[in-house]
Design a protein around this ligand. Structure first.
Ligand code: DLL
Length: 435
């Protein structure tokens, strides 16, 4: 028998009519508030809708979507719904050091955020007895801070390890006796690989549970992590635009991630037509913030493809569950947990004299680490015969790429016409990872 604990039984176990009533009330309020934000005022005006047009939750479909470009166009703070004096924290999406999407939090938002993270950590079995090792990078990325304050709220002992330096991570994991591990699922396997390489057994760490998120992973990967680290591996989902981690998380039944519906209103749409799909159908997840103060987003297109399940869960929660994501409706890649758009790479390559507009990205997984190779055609004047100059050129492009995408990519120069031409759309990305 699995022992289920619930952090906020009142809000996590509401009957469907009650949760919908709460959502409707909150939706009306938030629509009223965002109508003051110039971007939404214009969008609503153009669509001919306003907060008074909402009489049921279904009426949300009358409202326009919000997309990543809205945030970019209003960079950095244009979509904030509170004055700067009420903002106490800024974060942004992973990856991009170009023009990332910027999000803000009021004091209440931070408090709500840690409460929501506490919910999924509790659902995964974390208690005040636990020692939580956080191996996400502390910084603009929401992962580390989100999990950090959620774990503290529960009363667990938090080790703010941050990312990188795997050997040191292992020493701390062993010596400090962490019982819960927080990172991306692929980094959990990297840790296991390294420990095994050191001739030790990762199953002998004190770890009991893993809270993994930030990138897609499969059931096979879960089985591998659970087997090699001898832990229960749980999934949690979120995105910086909507709050960060804490949008949804699995309970120990591991039958989908409960979306915290009192804070987020989910819809599933057909990514091509934008039409709302009936419950249970697979499509793109769209989320509306119901209580966020600093930057509430209405009908934000996550681009993540999933399916929602409304049946009550054995854990006692009534909150809808989302399946593990099954891909994206845009071309965003998640490499080592970092969001990368092929167009960002293209922009860098186009700025480099000598690079032709023909390139291909090869994404792979070596052991448990994602790799990215950028193959780019260069014109004849690029010294294929002079190794030293060629190396310097490659270094320069790699550095430029690292600054823009926040990730090391291996650059391989190829001769003109070496990359296969396709009729119609170019095939820019070859993703060899089998998820
Ligand atoms: O990755 C927030 C987060 C941090 C979630 C740590 C969970 C744990 P972004 O950098 O904005 O925010 O990236 C958001 O990452 O749209 C998904 O495509 C992907 N993603 C996040 N969690 C999962 C997951 C954070 N559990 C984007 N499964 C999202 C699959 C995930 N994809």
């Amino acid at each position: 028998m699995i022992e289920h604990r619930i952090w906020d039984p009142l809000h996590e176990s509401l009957e469907r009519p009650d949760i919908e009533r709460l959502q409707l009330e909150r939706l009306k309020n938030i629509l009223r508030r965002v109508s003051q934000v110039p971007c939404y005022r214009d969008k609503f005006k153009e669509a001919g809708v306003g907060p008074d047009d909402v009489h049921s939750l279904q009426d949300i479909a009358k409202f326009p979507f919000t997309i990543k470009d809205d945030l970019r166009l209003n960079y950095p703070y244009g979509m904030f719904a509170v004055p700067m004096k009420d903002v106490v924290r800024i974060h942004s999406s992973s990856g991009t050091t170009g023009k990332p999407t910027v999000v803000g939090y009021s004091r209440k938002d931070l408090n709500d955020w840690s409460g929501l993270v506490a919910r999924f950590m509790t659902a995964a079995g974390v208690t005040s007895e636990d020692i939580v090792h956080i191996a996400f990078g502390y910084g603009l990325f929401t992962g580390a801070f989100g999990l950090h304050y959620g774990a503290e709220k529960i009363g667990a002992a938090v080790i703010p390890m941050s990312g990188g330096n795997t050997e040191r991570q292992i020493m701390i994991l062993k010596d400090y006796g962490a019982t819960a591990l927080v990172c991306t699922p692929s980094y959990a396997l990297t840790l296991a690989d390294r420990i095994e390489k050191m001739g030790e057994d990762p199953r002998r760490l004190s770890l009991k549970v893993g809270l993994f998120g930030g990138e897609p992973w499969s059931e096979e990967m879960r089985r591998e992590i659970e087997e090699r680290l001898d832990i229960v591996a749980t999934d949690n989902y979120g995105l910086s635009e909507i709050m960060g981690p804490g949008v949804a998380g699995e309970c120990l039944e591991k039958t989908g991630m409960h979306i915290f519906e009192d804070h987020f209103l989910p819809e599933i749409i057909d990514p091509d037509t934008g039409e709302v799909l009936p419950p249970g159908e697979k499509g793109e997840l769209v989320l509306t913030n119901l209580v966020q103060e600093a930057i509430p987003l209405i009908r934000y297109r996550t681009r993540d493809i999933t399916r929602l399940h409304y049946e009550k869960c054995r854990c006692g929660r009534t909150l809808v569950r989302m399946d593990k994501t099954m891909g994206r409706s845009d071309d965003m890649l998640i490499i080592k947990g970092v969001n990368v758009f092929p167009t960002q790479i293209e922009e860098v390559l186009f700025q480099v004299e000598g690079c032709e507009p023909h390139y291909q990205l090869i994404v792979d997984r070596v052991g448990s680490t994602d790799t990215l190779e950028v193959q780019v055609e260069v014109n004849e004047h690029i010294f294929f015969d002079e190794m030293r100059k060629q190396r310097a050129f490659v270094d320069m492009v790699e550095k430029k790429l690292a600054t823009t995408i926040g990730l090391h990519a291996k650059v391989k120069l190829v001769e003109p016409s070496a990359i296969t031409r396709h009729e119609g759309k170019a095939q820019r990305v070859i993703d060899k990872r089998s998820l």
